[in-house]
Write a protein that binds this ligand. Structure first.
Ligand code: ADP
Ligand code: MG
Length: 684
């Protein structure tokens, strides 16, 4: 009896809890309905049968049809994980997609993110070993897993999602999987792709079947500009307001831009215009989405648009296929994308803004036709579409530095790189260049074999160049004692685009009066923040992004863990770090990691150090403290500068710079490269 009474009392007290349960149930039933309305749901039996019968299957379907969120759940529901014995792994080319999709799927399965459903992206692992059965990971992370578990033995199914994007990591994974499936005949491989490239994947996997999921798609009216537009941003903004003021309010706008900076500037401009128009126009709710956007803001794009308001999504090409935003009726497409581009002859990697391929702009247009008939406004001419655009985007392996990948393959025991099953083989000059630069870093010996140092570099969750910096700081006789400092700088360099709130220069002046380099500035920011007890208030006072700093601290601690695991630090860094020549040691460490990122002062400004070409003229980006020191404080420019990033916009700019006050440091650290160069200079 007492038990019954107890329950009754509890029930009364828990009226509000009961209400919350009701709301929860309603939400689940809405989600359930949404899941069942997706195109893949109607084909579930056919899909699951095909998976049962084939080891490798290509799945092609309209974006938004439920491939990414639903198929992995079907696999779990059909027992492929054998009650937690195995995992289902799904790769995504982009971090934002991995986290956002995992969040959505956890919600659909009504579990806490990080438990049964989790994600794994670099420096951020939200999975629980033994509990997580469905894991969304970036393709790069799954590739790293091959280092410790060559047959991917934890998984019963792997879905390579967005395979048509042809990122370097996806291409390499497909090559590795081709070998793995021979050993692991129980492993299922799903390759999901937009229509482009599907045939090519099938050929690669010995003609495996392609299964098409018919999607719903409404017609989209395509409009072109009559003349080429000089300033596509302004043209796009004008189009936004034309749509907003002339078209019915129901129907959101998606504008494709190339990157964070462009998105933020465009948002500012649009907000300024909108505020001038005031109440004469309905409210425009602007929601950006790009790779580095903090996670809490990412979810805003998925929230339903409030009444009497129109949503404007400013997106990079992440919204082209990997994320589906409901309610988009208008797409504005300037037709540009930012791409890695690598010139093997000079060894230089750049981020370039280039014209999209036809396949890409067609995908983008399709985003307007998901909820009903839509419109797409292209900020380029019809002639350009028909005559100037490439058919397909170029796979990353053909336009990027593949040093990282070569090192990884070598450490996986691949001896003959040329016989590795690449879908598209990298060019010979690119391969040679990557072997050269790995040799320069000491990751390979003169026979092209991986060295102990090379293996260590592979273990670090960062580019081999950064791993080399850390290794040098920890072990090189001329550098020992600055491991802590270098760890901090390397970690900060992973997040440079979002350290400061607003203007970097303004924020800098609150932190230090003068400082020699961007590297030391980042170090100072981190140290001051640490001294404040990692305080949020300090960040607010100094216009520094608290969330970014937390991420940096997390990156740092993972890199540090890696150091102690590998025992690279043979000295006690705390006792030595009081030495006065720390700046020299830090600079030397970075030279050892980035010898080819050194630029030299010539008669007409700085230029890169090209072997034969004589180099490329570059400017120091105005956001760099080095620029300010030279231009505004009148410091004498150093003959050599090390940079972290080369960007081509209207001009070639280098960002995140560090002056090198002594030629000797270059020769000491990387004699193979600089001895000859400096001798030549003496002769002159
Ligand atoms: P596909 O992979 O075939 O492009 P997805 O599985 O990504 O399709 O998306 C299926 C549907 O799930 C989308 O149409 C969208 O309605 C919904 N969806 C996906 N992610 C989210 C999210 N984060 N929030 C709300 N709905 C989402
Ligand atoms: Mg998808």
């Amino acid at each position: 009896i007492s038990g019954d009474e107890g329950e009754e009392i509890e029930e009364k007290e828990d009226d509000s809890e009961e209400l919350a349960r009701q709301v929860e149930l309603e939400k689940l039933s809405t989600i359930d309905k949404a899941r069942k309305s997706l195109p893949v749901y109607r084909h579930r039996t056919r899909l699951m049968d095909a998976i049962k019968e084939n080891q490798v299957l290509i799945i092609v379907g309209e974006t938004g049809s439920g491939k990414t969120t639903q198929l992995p759940q079907y696999l779990v529901e059909d027992g492929y994980t054998q009650k937690g014995k195995f995992q289902v792994g799904v790769t995504q080319p982009r971090r934002v997609a991995a986290t956002s999709v995992a969040t959505r799927v956890a919600e659909e399965m009504n579990v806490k993110l990080g438990q049964e459903v989790g994600y794994s992206i670099r420096f951020d692992d939200k999975t629980t070993p033994g509990k997580t059965v469905l894991k969304y990971a970036t393709d790069g992370m799954l590739l790293r897993e091959c280092l410790t578990d060559q047959n991917l033995s934890k998984y019963s199914c792997i879905m390579i999602d967005e395979a048509h994007e042809r990122t370097l990591a996806t291409d390499i994974l497909l090559g590795l999987l081709k070998g793995i499936i021979k050993e692991r005949t129980d492993l299922k491989i799903l390759i999901s792709s937009a229509t482009m490239n599907a045939e090519k994947f099938s050929q690669f996997f010995n003609g495996c079947p392609i299964l098409k999921v018919p999607g719903r798609r409404f017609p989209v009216d395509i409009h072109y500009t009559l003349q080429p537009e000089g300033n596509y941003i302004n043209a796009a903004i004008t189009t936004v307001f034309q749509i907003h003021t002339t078209q019915p309010l129901k129907g959101d706008i998606l504008l494709f831009l190339t990157g964070q900076e462009e998105i933020e500037n465009t948002r500012d401009k649009i907000e300024e215009i909108a505020s001038k128009l005031g109440s004469r126009i309905p409210q425009l709710l602007i929601t950006p989405i790009y790779a580095n956007l903090p996670q809490d803001q990412q979810s805003l794009i998925f929230q339903p648009t409030p009444e009497n308001c129109r949503k404007l999504v400013l997106a990079t090409n992440i919204a082209e296929t990997s994320l589906t935003i409901d309610g988009i009726k208008y797409v504005i497409d300037p037709g540009f994308v930012k791409e890695n581009s690598y010139v093997p002859t000079t060894g230089m990697a750049q981020l370039l803004t280039v014209a999209c391929s036809k396949a890409s702009v067609d995908q983008r247009a399709g985003r307007a036709g998901r909820v009903g008939p839509g419109k797409c406004f292209r900020i380029f001419t019809k002639w350009s579409y028909e005559n100037e655009l490439e058919m397909m985007p170029k796979p990353e392996i053909l336009r990027t530095n593949i040093s990282n990948t070569v090192l990884l393959l070598l450490s996986l025991g691949v001896k003959d790189l040329l016989s590795f099953p690449f879908i598209d083989k990298p060019t010979i000059p690119t391969l040679i260049k990557s072997l050269e630069s790995l040799y320069l870093l000491g990751a390979l010996n003169s026979k092209g074999q991986i060295t102990e140092l090379g293996k260590i570099m592979c273990e670090f969750p960062c580019e081999p160049e950064f791993a080399k910096v850390i290794h040098t700081a920890a072990t090189h006789p001329l550098c020992q004692g600055v491991l802590n400092e270098c760890l901090t700088i390397v970690s900060m360099l992973h997040e440079t685009t979002s350290i400061f709130v607003g203007n970097k220069k303004e924020a800098t002046s609150r932190i230090v009066s003068t400082i020699e380099s961007d590297h030391l500035l980042y170090l100072e920011v981190y140290n001051q923040w640490t001294d404040s007890g990692y305080s949020r208030a300090w960040c607010q006072d100094h216009k520094v992004q608290f969330k970014t700093m937390i991420r940096v601290r997390n990156i740092r601690s993972q890199l540090l863990k890696c150091c102690s695991k590998l025992k690279v630090d043979k000295v006690d860094c705390t006792t030595l770090s009081k030495h006065t020549n720390n700046v020299e040691k830090i600079t030397r460490s970075f030279i050892s990691g980035f010898p080819t990122n050194v630029i030299q002062l010539g008669n007409s400004g700085y230029h890169t150090i090209g072997k034969k070409t004589g180099g490329l003229s570059v400017l120091i980006h105005p956001s760099s403290v080095v620029f300010q020191n030279y231009k505004e404080l009148g410091h004498k420019p150093e003959k050599f500068i090390l940079y972290q990033q080369l960007m081509l916009t209207s001009k070639e700019y280098v960002r995140d710079c560090m002056p090198i006050p002594s030629d000797k440091w270059l020769v000491d650290m990387v004699p193979q490269l600089f001895q000859h160069l400096l001798q030549n200079n003496v002769k002159k």
